[in-house]
Write a protein that binds this ligand. Structure first.
Ligand code: ASP
Length: 357
């Protein structure tokens, strides 16, 4: 936290000397931004200021995070609330539903202009995509995290938080879908993924690219996704208490279909198979997946490769009614399949959803 305060002072000094590119909005013109905290490394506390592992994620409350960045007040009327305090590896469907409902309630108010969510980085991309499909507003919703705990030298949290508030305050962010603002870059929820286990430049949208920069505090957009999001989707979770049970099964050499059989026994409604290459499936797992599909379990072929689109391949996959996961990574294909199953069990309708979301 000491380092947070030092970095805050440095920003203040830069502003005094007029070196800060993004000018603070005049009082009264500032948007009202709600920060919803969920935990993560951005709220992490370590035993020493050089420790970047072995710390407790989610240890610091939202007021501590806001108070450590007084510059937030220059850009927005910021208020905070604590939804949960978890390491995001422990994210659940229940928290997602709670979060989506809370955001929808807040954004329906005239006195809320945008939302920032502080979040652990491990599942940040999943929460972002879930919200991208379930938030019913054009107002900006921006997720932010940090790779270094708040107590570390050069903690990345304070500047990331300030930039996230700037993005959420920006008119350019309206209608862009749920965004991720970290490391001076703005990514779209659908395509962003964590690409490195430890570095601060971990969030990328490989091949498809990020949406924009935060240039000296000013959000600049250069592109946007063509896929439907937020108000344009057919999904509404505002009255839901649970989501359909969908599992991911990771393909590998010598796969024997054991986990597919286990998933069928456990009563899953859907399976995302993270296949090799273009969603290819080991012949032993394929037999088990065909059995699953014949029972009405929706099977989506995704890929463990990390880039590219899963498109129709073997005739047998078509005959067995396996769906193509498009360019969603397996963890995001799971989310879309969960939401799709809240609407229909029809293979063709669900396949269409994978083409538009
Ligand atoms: N395990 C942490 C979390 O996801 C990692 C982080 O936030 O960077 O909560």
């Amino acid at each position: 936290m000491r380092k947070w305060l030092i970095s805050s002072c440095m920003v203040a000094v830069l502003m005094v000397f007029g070196m800060q590119g993004a000018l603070a909005a005049p009082a009264g013109d500032k948007p009202n931004i709600r920060i919803i905290a969920t935990g993560g490394t951005i709220a992490g506390s370590a035993a020493s200021d050089t420790a970047t592992t072995g710390y407790k994620a989610g240890a610091l409350g939202i007021d501590t995070l806001i108070n450590a960045v007084p510059e937030l007040k220059n850009y927005a009327n910021v208020s905070g609330e604590q939804l949960c305090s978890i390491d995001s590896k422990d994210m659940t469907n229940a928290i997602w539903l709670q979060l989506a409902k809370r955001i929808n309630a807040l954004l329906s108010q005239d006195d809320v202009d945008g939302i920032v969510i502080t979040h652990g980085t491990d599942t940040l991309e999943e929460t972002a995509y879930f919200l991208n499909l379930t938030v019913k507003s054009d107002k900006p919703v921006v997720l932010v995290g940090a790779m270094r705990p708040a107590t570390a030298i050069s903690a990345d949290g304070p500047m990331n938080l300030l930039n996230a508030v700037r993005v959420a305050s920006s008119k350019a962010a309206v209608g862009k879908g749920v965004l991720v603002a970290m490391n001076d870059e703005i990514n779209g929820a659908r395509d962003v993924t964590k690409t490195n286990t430890t570095t601060v430049s971990t969030f990328k949208a490989p091949e498809l690219g990020f949406l924009g920069y935060i240039n000296d505090g000013v959000p600049e957009f250069y592109r946007e996704s063509t896929r439907k999001h937020t108000r344009q989707t057919e999904f509404n979770v505002n009255h839901m208490d649970a989501l359909p049970y969908v599992k991911i099964i990771y393909g590998h050499a010598d796969d024997d279909g054991l986990f597919v059989e286990a998933a069928i026994k456990a009563g899953v409604k859907g399976i995302v198979y993270a296949g090799t290459g273009n969603g290819s499936i080991h012949k032993n797992a394929e037999a088990a997946l065909a059995k699953a599909a014949a029972q009405g379990i929706v099977v989506v072929r995704s890929s463990r490769v990390g880039n590219g689109t899963v498109i129709p391949a073997e005739q047998s996959y078509i005959d067995e009614h396996f769906l193509d996961g498009d360019s969603l990574n397996p963890q995001k294909a799971r989310i879309l399949l969960q939401l799709a199953l809240t609407k229909t069990n029809d293979f063709a309708e669900i396949q269409q959803m994978f083409k538009i979301y």
